[in-house]
Design a protein around this ligand. Structure first.
Ligand code: F6P
Length: 362
């Protein structure tokens, strides 16, 4: 039976992550193959405020974007549509959310694929409750969305961070230094844990294990004693000392998450003092979000995109496509909103790290 939906929209929200374009491409190609028009919506839900911010995308428009980072649609990670008021091009004032719903229908759309992280998927759930059929696609380098074992973008970020750690070994060994590498991930330590294991770190500090800096220093001194005169310490940006707080560089605002930063510098300064060893810090920052997606992320993004179209056309919505190997499944958006998937402290990856002698600052 063919779907009554003849036109769908696709948008990207939140911070960019490698693989967004791969999802857009997959949605457009799967839509075209199902004889459905696909509208590219610019700048997250903002694109639904005016007709001229949505454009039909065909296969030719997405040719060659599989390997490109960023998003051809633009994205926004600030502002709360449910408190904002806007003035349209005709000078009429509206509630942002009401305008989005009205325009969704006026554009003749039958559904939306919303590609985003926890914030954007939370908005997607609220718009679903207002009657917009939405299927979400989980995006984040942090890999912290509940209900899916993997988000696209994570593998690329981990690969980049691993490569950076490899390179930092050179100076660490040559100068007998401690090199502290701060990685992203917000309140979850997935990037730090995986890049730390992949890069052969000696210590990994995660948000999930508040650290004792004296224990970290002891481990480094012990390495020195047996002849390893350098150490690599990977610090998640959300890592915090025992009885301490996360390092924040900008407080949260309306519709804007707090910005983390500085954890690596704190750890480095304390380690230099406690061990007497020369210490340097490298903050990988947005480099982890840039560049071309890995093949793993391209494949995952493509599977998510094509499945999202299938799900939407089958009539299911207010859900997110999710990876549950070997399958792509759906999870109700209501189950993921407001939750964060952190590293389980007794997971096999943590046990693996311990088994190869990596310390967590305990
Ligand atoms: O959620 C992805 C992420 O890159 C986090 O790891 C990081 O804390 C945050 O976004 C940075 O956000 P912004 O680009 O707004 O500084």
């Amino acid at each position: 039976m063919s779907s009554p939906i003849r036109k769908i929209g696709v948008l990207t929200g939140g911070g960019d992550a490698p693989g967004l374009n791969a999802v857009i491409r997959a949605v457009v190609k799967a839509g075209c193959n199902a004889n459905v028009d696909v509208l590219g919506v610019e700048d997250s839900f903002d694109g639904l405020l005016e007709f001229n911010r949505c454009h039909v995308l065909n296969t030719k428009d997405v040719t060659g974007i599989l390997r490109r980072g960023g998003t051809i649609l633009g994205t926004i990670n600030t502002g709360d549509p449910f408190v904002r008021r806007i003035t349209t091009a005709e000078g009429v004032e509206h509630s942002y959310a009401d305008r989005v719903v009205e325009m969704f229908h006026r554009m003749g759309l039958g559904g939306l694929v919303v590609i985003g992280g926890d914030g954007t998927l939370g908005l997607a759930h609220r718009f679903s409750l207002l009657g917009i059929p939405i299927v979400g696609v989980p995006k984040t380098i942090d890999n912290d969305i509940v209900g899916t074992t993997n988000c696209f973008g994570f593998d690329t970020a981990v690969s980049f961070a691993t490569d950076a750690i490899d390179r930092l070994h050179t100076t660490a060994e040559a100068h007998r230094r401690i090199m502290v590498v701060e990685v992203m991930g917000r309140y979850a330590g997935w990037i730090a844990l995986h890049a730390g294991i992949g890069g052969g770190a000696d210590v990994i500090l995660l948000p999930e294990f508040p650290y004792d800096i004296a224990a970290v220093a002891e481990r480094i001194t012990a390495r020195d004693a047996w002849g390893a005169h350098f150490s690599i310490v990977v610090v998640a940006e959300g890592a915090k000392p025992r009885n301490g707080r996360v390092s924040v560089i900008e407080a949260a605002g309306l519709g804007k998450a707090e910005r983390l930063g500085g954890a690596g510098h704190l750890v480095a300064a304390a380690l230099e003092q406690l061990t007497g060893k020369e210490t340097r810090t490298v903050v990988l920052g947005h480099l982890q979000r840039g560049g071309s997606p890995t093949s793993y992320d391209r494949v995952l993004a493509t599977r998510f995109g094509t499945t999202a179209v299938d799900v939407l056309l089958s009539g299911e919505h207010d859900c997110m496509v999710a990876s549950r190997p070997p399958d792509i499944v759906t999870v109700p958006l209501s189950q993921i909103v407001g939750r964060t998937r952190t590293v389980p402290v007794d997971s096999d990856v943590v046990r693996t790290a311990r088994a190869v002698g990596i310390g967590f600052g305990e």
